[in-house]
Write a protein that binds this ligand. Structure first.
Ligand code: ADP
Ligand code: ADP
Ligand code: ZN
Length: 213
């Protein structure tokens, strides 16, 4: 199964992605996670990306497109993959289509999770990420058992640099201008599955699984 997860920052893409990849046994490809890993390692790509990410802006298309091209041609993607946070511009969507066509492959579904702005801000500001394993929590909506400590690996929970009110608002603005047009792009291809992201994590997951059957 080849899936894309679309939605504004804080909508719950990463959270649903973790559950979906477990169920369908496909790799989770999050461009945000890959870029953050590069920042942590101090690579050239990470240095370039950080300038944009800290401001809430999109990293240039050519950088993320080449990451994804490399990744989806990997052996572990033979049975499919889940793209989370890519594509984010129509240009990226077109580049993905060209690459898949070359590989004689097609996307199966584009899951579009939407939530109203106030909720997005509250979700992103309360988000906490495990420093070790990347598991995502929310201080109010999905808290860890012990405050500040990952349930899975006991790692320290941290807030992302770009999860401040100001930067989240900027990212939502960027989403509306640059990413939202992708909904129409995939609608025309008949691929969109709209999901109401204001429901509970479990309810959303059940809805997605049902629709993918
Ligand atoms: P969120 O989960 O809040 O939607 P991500 O972790 O997906 O955020 O992305 C964080 C940041 O990484 C974005 O604000 C952007 O700067 C950069 N980024 C991630 N994916 C892409 C992409 N496909 N194109 C351009 N920039 C990206
Ligand atoms: P995205 O990848 O779209 O930016 P995340 O999956 O990281 O979003 O979720 C953003 C925050 O909201 C996280 O702290 C997460 O625990 C929380 N969250 C995700 N889905 C829900 C939901 N359905 N209800 C309440 N909180 C949620
Ligand atoms: Zn952890």
């Amino acid at each position: 199964m080849r899936l894309v997860l679309l939605g504004p920052p804080g909508a719950g893409k990463g959270t649903q992605a973790s559950a979906i990849v477990k169920k369908y046994n496909i790799p989770h490809i999050s461009t945000g996670d890959i870029l953050r890993a590069n920042i942590k390692k101090g690579t050239e790509l990470g240095k370039k990306a950080k300038e944009y990410m800290d401001k809430g802006l999109l990293v240039p298309d050519d950088l993320v497109v080449s990451i994804v091209k490399d990744r989806i041609t990997g052996d572990d993607c033979k049975n499919g993959f889940l793209l989370d946070g890519f594509p984010r511009t129509v240009n990226q969507g077109e580049a993905l289509d060209r690459e898949l066509t070359q590989m004689s492959l097609k996307l199966d579904r584009v899951i579009n999770i939407d939530v109203e702005k106030e909720v997005l801000i509250e979700r992103a500001i309360g988000r906490r990420i495990c420093k070790n394993c990347g598991a995502t929590y929310h201080i109010k909506f999905n808290p860890s058992k012990e405050e500040g400590v990952c349930d899975i690996c006991k790692g320290e929970l941290l807030q992302r640099n770009d999860d401040t009110k100001e930067t989240v608002e900027k990212r939502i603005e960027v989403y509306i201008k640059q990413t939202k047009p992708l909904i129409d792009y995939y609608m025309e291809k008949g691929l969109i599955l709209n999901v109401d992201g204001s429901k509970s994590i479990d309810a959303i997951f059940k809805e997605i699984v049902k629709a993918l059957q």
